[in-house]
Design a binder for this molecule. Sequence first.
Ligand code: AMP
Ligand code: ZN
Length: 435
Amino acid sequence: MDCLHEEEKWTRDEINKAQLVRLQNTVEQALKAPYYAKKLKEAKINASTIKSLDDLKKIPFTTKDDLRAGYPDAFLATPRSEIVRLHASSGTTGTPTVICHTQDDINSWADLMARCMYMVGIRREDSFQNMAGYGLFTGGLGIHYGAERLGCMTIPAGAGNTRRQLKFIQDFKVKAVHILPSYALHIGEKLKEDGFDPRELPAKIALIGAEPHTEEARQRIEHLLGLRAFNSYGLSEMNGPGVAFECIAQNGLHVWEDAYIVEIIDPKTLEPVKDGEIGELVFTTLCRKGMPILRYRTRDLSRFINGSCVCGREHRRIDRILGRSDDMLIIKGCNFYPMQVEQVLLSFPQVGQNYVLELIKEGSIDQLQVKVEINPAFFEEEKKEDMRVLHQLQRNIAERLKDELLFTPKVDLVEANSLPKSEGKAIRVVDKRKD
Ligand code: AMP
Ligand code: ZN
């Protein structure tokens, strides 16, 4: 196996052994934080409670609300003077969730990220452009430090300014980029509109993540930009990117189990789901000093992918994020996730690169209005030729959505680039019921 770190070659047994020792150390470290000192004492847990990995179950879960309640420093396990960096998660309302890192934390995060990049074929002699926003968002500096750690010439382009992005990619022969999937689709479409074939760009590898996206979206990105796109999963509470990453096989994301313990639980019963079943991801940090977090409930839904990976790594694989336990929508009594809608929409070649789900009221009944951009070529041609073709497409989309969602949403076909595009994570659901 061609890999950056020995840990990637660990057998299951080696992973388990290291996890046990690291978990014991993490509990000891966590006890230095006021929040865990109280919480673990109440649960009668100390470092010697953890005799086997099974004892992890004795530790209470940590939730986003706990982190908020502990704002600003109840989760700090080192003196403030040891902290060199603060990040926050992207929630826009209420008290932010902040994570503080020591220099060692930053170093091990950079190592994990560098490992991900090496795994998908990026090397130190390559140029790397980070096309995600910087600032508190971990997809900026988190990815940046990983690329520098690997030794790449790293261009902190940030999001937006498509022309300059393109110029740098061309002039510095950028081999790999990090980009949010919604921005990748947008930029690809924009370039085509300008008469440029994005497939001719030197970039051949994209790290895509930070927001939910379907396999259909990945394939579109690969086709549109002429590169291979690898799914990058992470969350600020667990550093950010570098928690789980797809290998060359593109069949599930390896969780770096030397740095995290991953569990998948039923969000209702809080018990582990059966192997291969969908549930909520729960993570425990194993290497963090500044803010160790035990059994963090992510609300992200996924499942374990069983069997061994062709790449040879034994770090367990999870499926792409299938939704969040808190983004489930209920319309006309039918439960569904936004990603189910994306999957249907992007399977239509006539459908463009952006869409939005609006929750509206029809009288006193909730309804879903799907606004979806249509490829410019198709829109132009058909508008001139025959409006009936557009109506037929609209009906076909509504019907396929009905098969998937079990109710018929309203479908509105709109012109390319007419829907609002956010620079950060895409806003896919807008609730207009209260307007
Ligand atoms: P933040 O901590 O604000 O950067 O947000 C982290 C959240 O973004 C995660 O909990 C996921 O819901 C989402 N996310 C991150 N990476 C991915 C990914 N590759 N696929 C789907 N959702 C993702
Ligand atoms: Zn693999």
